[in-house]
Design a binder for this molecule. Sequence first.
Ligand SMILES: [Zn+2]
Ligand SMILES: [Zn+2]
Length: 254
Amino acid sequence: MSTRTWLPEHDDIPAGQRAFEIVSLTAAIGLLAWHIVWLIAVSEPDWRRASVMILAGVLAADLTSGLIHWFADTWGSETMPVIGRRLLWPFRVHHINPRDFLRRDWIDTSGDVAALVAFFLTIGLFLPLSHIVGQMARLFLVGFAIGGLPANQTHQWAHMPHPPRAVAFLQRHRLILGRGAHAKHHRSPHTLNYCLSTGWMNPVASAIGLFPRLERLIERVTGMRPRGDYGRFLEKIEAMRTAATAAQETHDVR
Ligand SMILES: [Zn+2]
Ligand SMILES: [Zn+2]
């Protein structure tokens, strides 16, 4: 590895974590299929109303992906327990080294999101299909799962210089997050276009100033500064780069 091109990388996940990701993906996909089959078989929904609820769920999933991403970038730190190294470190690393994200396979990319989606779909099993409110809530959940489950995969596709043709088609027709839209997020200070699934909520969030408003509110209430930890992270990366350079020079001398 040339030290001139040294860049940070995410951690490879251990076997136990990978098993958890596989279980999460299997559960989320299985539960989604279960919900769809039962909705069709048991409730015979009004499809016009169903389409509205599913669309609402897809939009909510895109917004949720934006809120999680915004929270991680703005208030998170890779030193936090549990989520720090697993979730926040890769997010921060990919700002500096976007290509590092392309090393992650589908299980690594989507497993954590699947755990969250599976959790919501499990709760949804208790919503009664005999009542219209329960049916609507379940349809919303189905839309949420359809939009949410691939959110980190669509994010990864937005980083691919040459995505698969079907993916490129979906990106071109703005059915999923596009490369150009996501590239705006990668311009420092990384405060635009946080939404990662369809990206449909990005213009809405920008138009109403959603994230700056939330930041001002949280700063006023807690006194915390948005991205207050980011300077320390960049110093840490610089120290790692210096150490890698020194190690390489020592190796070259030998
Ligand atoms: Zn980001
Ligand atoms: Zn990205």
